[in-house]
Design a protein around this ligand. Structure first.
Ligand code: FE2
Length: 284
């Protein structure tokens, strides 16, 4: 079976040894540098639970992160004043969403030949990178990712969105590896996360439908080793459990969208700045 046949049949596909151990270590070291630049305590107050504006503040911080390197904390990592309740090195949930633009090391591994080759095999004509994230899934605190399709958040017409998900340590059943409903990409997009058409509402983003119920026993754990990459169809349903183990499960992920003869939805939360369109993969 070719890579494309496997991907088309299952909605995902594992590329073992996508990055070498040395390359993974370079990404992890770069992330440690980013942690050193983590916002001062005062900036963390936007994540505090004090006051009725909390949800809007969080939503705005999230939406403003499209072209920045922004830090997102684990629920339960901060007290109501924004002070850390846990060690700084395990407090983060993720960093995003423009690492591939603003950080030279993350940029190097996003625009590398292996990524271009994989996207070429998946039939991308003029792919661009829409967003990137370093996800920590830290030991004992890393939260659950509930079942979803990436296309709910990143919609294009026609739909062509693929996530590359690179394990920066072994991802196992114990530390919260990805789980998929094999073949679930064939059923369309089940709901969308869109800009709220009601401008009088304090909610900037809404779901257009309630969350679908996906039976738990339809999910299959897909453990992968350090350096492997999982290609994820935007429509395949996936999730991950909280990391209650003693081993963190860091990953680097980014999303590729087709731009040739394709309209990027203006309803997506993530919009490229008008003077700075999404970076094209084959030209960078
Ligand atoms: Fe996802």
């Amino acid at each position: 079976m070719t890579l494309l046949e496997k991907f088309n049949a299952d909605g995902f596909c594992v590329l073992d040894g996508f990055l070498s151990s040395t390359e993974v270590d370079e990404l992890r070291a770069e992330c440690n540098q980013l942690i050193k630049n983590m916002p001062a305590e005062s900036d963390r107050t936007i994540f505090s639970t004090v006051g009725s504006e909390t949800k809007q503040n969080k939503e705005k911080y999230f939406m403003d992160s499209a072209d920045k390197i922004s830090y997102f904390f684990e629920e339960g990592a901060l007290d109501e004043k924004g002070a850390l309740k846990v060690a700084p090195e395990v407090s983060l949930n993720k960093i995003g969403h423009a690492l591939h633009v603003l950080n030279p090391v993350f940029k190097k591994y996003t625009f590398n030949e292996r990524v271009k080759e994989a996207c070429f095999q998946l039939g991308f004509k003029e792919p661009a990178i829409a967003q990137s994230m370093y996800i920590f899934k830290n030991k004992q605190i890393g939260g659950e990712v509930t079942p979803h399709q990436d296309a709910s958040y990143l919609f294009t017409d026609p739909l062509k969105v693929v996530g590359l998900w690179i394990a920066l340590d072994d991802a196992t059943v114990e530390n919260g590896c990805l789980q998929f409903i094999r073949g679930s990409h064939k059923g369309g997009v089940h709901r969308r996360y869109i800009r709220n058409p009601d401008k009088s509402s304090p909610e900037l983003m809404i779901y257009d439908k309630p969350a679908p119920i996906y039976p738990k026993n339809h999910f299959e754990h897909i453990p992968v080793s350090k350096g492997s990459c999982i290609l994820i169809d935007g429509k395949v349903v996936h999730a991950s459990e909280p990391n209650k183990s003693t081993k963190s499960r860091p990953i680097y992920t980014f999303h590729v969208i087709e731009t040739k003869d394709t309209k990027y939805s203006e309803l997506n939360w993530l919009q490229p700045p008008s003077d700075n369109p999404f970076m094209k993969l084959y030209r960078n």
